[in-house]
Design a protein around this ligand. Structure first.
Ligand code: NAD
Length: 361
C-alpha cells in the first residue's frame, strides 16, 4: 500500500514528520511525500527517510492508496480522486455537515481524526487535545504580547506593578493549558466552565473557579459540554461581565460540539472592559464566545483588542507537527497491518473515526 503525505495550504504544519515514517515502516508499505510538505514546520524533504518518494501533489494524489493531510482536500480535488482511495484528515463532520454525504457520493473511504473518542484508551491518538493544549498556551503568549501591561507582579525601584488579571472561559484542554501558562507567568487567574469536573482541575492549577448555579450536564455526552438554557446563559453572561470588567485579558475556549459556540462576552461587556484589554477567542471558527469576534481577524472595539483565531496550534508548527504525527502514527497502527488496511469495525476507535461510508449506529 502507498501512503501519501500532502502539503497543507494556509497552515505551516505537516501531518507526518520524518520520525513518524520511521515508526510506521512495515513490509509492503511505501511512502510518497508531496515535495516541500514539511518545509514550513522545519522538516526538509531530505530529513525524511531515503526510502520515501518525493513527488508532485498531482502524483501523490494519483498514486497513493491512503492520503494523509491535516485539513481535508478541496471539493475540486476530492472530485478528481479515483473512487478506491482512503483519506485521513480532520474533516470536522460535526461542523461541516455536508462532508459525509459528499465523501460517500464520491465513494471515498474516510477517517476523521476529530471523531476519535476522548477515552483513556484513545488518549495516545487524541489530536484534538494535543492541538488544543498548544492553542491554550499560544493564546496566553499572544495576549501577553498584546496587552500594555506586565503579567507578573513587579516590585522595582521605580514602583510596584500589580499582576495582570486573566479570565479564562471554558476550562477544557485549551482552557486548562491557558490557566497553567498564565499562572506560570505570574497572572491572577479566574475561570468558568459548565462541567462540574472542571472545578477541581481549575483549583488545582491555583486559579479561582467562578461558579454559576444550575448548569446542565449529560453523562452520555462523552465528556463534552451540552447546550445550556437561555436563563443559565443570561446569568452566566452577567457573571462574566463582572469578572471581565476587572480583567486585563480574557481567553475564551467554550465550545459545544456540533453547535454554535455560546456567546459569553457580549458587546456590552466589551464596552465595560478596561481600555487596552485583550480578548483571545479560540472559539472564533464556530461563531465565537465574544459577540464582536471576527474569525481569523484581529479587531479593536471599545479600545479592546479582540483576536479571533481557532487555529493557533498552526502557529507552533514544528512541535504541533511532531505531536500531530505521534497521535496519527498511533491511529494508523490500528488500521494498518502487514502493509495493508485492516478495518476492524468491532473496535470503537476505528468505528467512530470511519465517517465514509457512513456506519449505521
Ligand atoms: P471543548 O473544546 O469541546 O470545549 C471547551 C470547554 O468549554 C469545555 O470544558 C466545556 O465544558 C466548556 N464550555 C462549553 N460551554 C460552556 C459555557 N456555556 N460556559 C463555560 N464553559 C463552557 O472541550 P475539550 O477541551 O475538547 O474537552 C472535552 C471533554 O473531553 C472534557 O470533558 C475533557 O476533560 C475531556 N477529555 C478527555 C480526555 C481523555 O479522557 N482522554 C482527553 C481530552 C479531553
Amino acid at each position: 500500500m502507498q501512503i501519501g503525505i500532502l502539503k497543507e495550504s494556509g497552515d505551516r504544519r505537516v501531518a507526518l514528520v520524518p520520525k513518524g515514517i520511521e515508526k510506521l515502516q512495515q513490509d509492503g508499505l511505501q511512502f510518497l511525500l508531496e515535495s516541500g510538505a514539511g518545509a514550513t514546520a522545519n522538516f526538509s524533504d531530505a530529513d525524511y527517510p531515503d526510502t520515501i518518494q518525493i513527488l508532485s501533489r498531482a502524483e501523490v494524489l494519483q498514486q497513493a492508496d491512503l492520503l494523509i493531510s491535516i485539513h481535508p482536500l478541496s471539493e475540486q480535488e476530492l472530485k478528481g480522486l479515483a473512487a478506491d482511495k482512503t483519506l485521513v484528515a480532520l474533516f470536522e463532520p460535526y461542523n461541516q455537515t455536508e462532508v459525509v454525504s459528499q465523501l460517500a457520493a464520491l465513494q471515498l473511504q474516510a477517517f476523521s481524526l476529530d471523531m476519535i473518542p476522548r477515552t483513556t484508551l484513545a488518549q495516545s491518538m487524541d489530536i484534538l487535545s494535543s492541538m488544543a493544549s498548544i492553542a491554550g498556551y499560544k493564546a496566553v503568549l499572544l495576549a501577553a504580547n498584546t496587552t500594555p501591561r506586565y503579567f507578573p507582579m513587579m516590585i522595582t525601584a521605580a514602583g510596584s506593578v500589580k499582576p495582570a488579571q486573566v479570565l479564562v472561559l471554558g476550562a477544557g484542554v485549551a482552557g486548562l493549558q491557558a490557566i497553567a501558562t498564565a499562572k506560570r507567568m505570574g497572572a491572577v487567574v479566574e475561570a468558568f466552565d459548565v462541567r462540574a469536573a472542571a472545578k477541581e482541575e481549575v483549583k488545582s492549577l491555583g486559579a479561582k473557579f467562578v461558579e454559576v448555579e444550575g448548569a446542565a450536564e449529560d453523562q452520555d455526552a462523552g465528556g463534552y459540554a451540552v447546550e445550556q438554557s437561555e436563563d443559565f446563559l443570561r446569568r452566566q453572561r452577567e457573571a462574566v461581565q463582572q469578572s471581565a470588567a476587572k480583567s486585563d485579558v480574557v481567553i475564551t475556549t467554550a465550545q459545544v460540539r456540533g453547535r454554535k459556540a455560546p456567546t459569553l462576552v457580549t458587546a456590552d461587556t466589551v464596552a465595560k472592559m478596561k481600555p487596552g484589554s485583550v480578548i483571545v477567542d479560540l472559539a472564533a471558527s464556530t461563531g465565537g464566545n465574544c459577540e464582536l469576534t471576527e474569525n481569523n481577524k484581529t479587531i479593536v472595539a471599545h479600545e479592546v483588542t479582540i483576536i479571533g483565531d481557532s487555529n493557533l496550534a498552526a502557529s507552533l508548527p514544528q512541535d504541533a507537527s511532531v505531536l500531530f504525527s505521534n497521535n496519527l502514527v498511533n491511529f494508523l497502527k490500528l488500521i494498518i497491518q502487514e502493509g495493508e488496511l485492516v478495518i476492524d469495525l468491532e473496535n470503537e476507535i476505528v468505528k467512530s473515526a470511519l465517517i465514509s461510508p457512513p456506519q449505521s449506529a
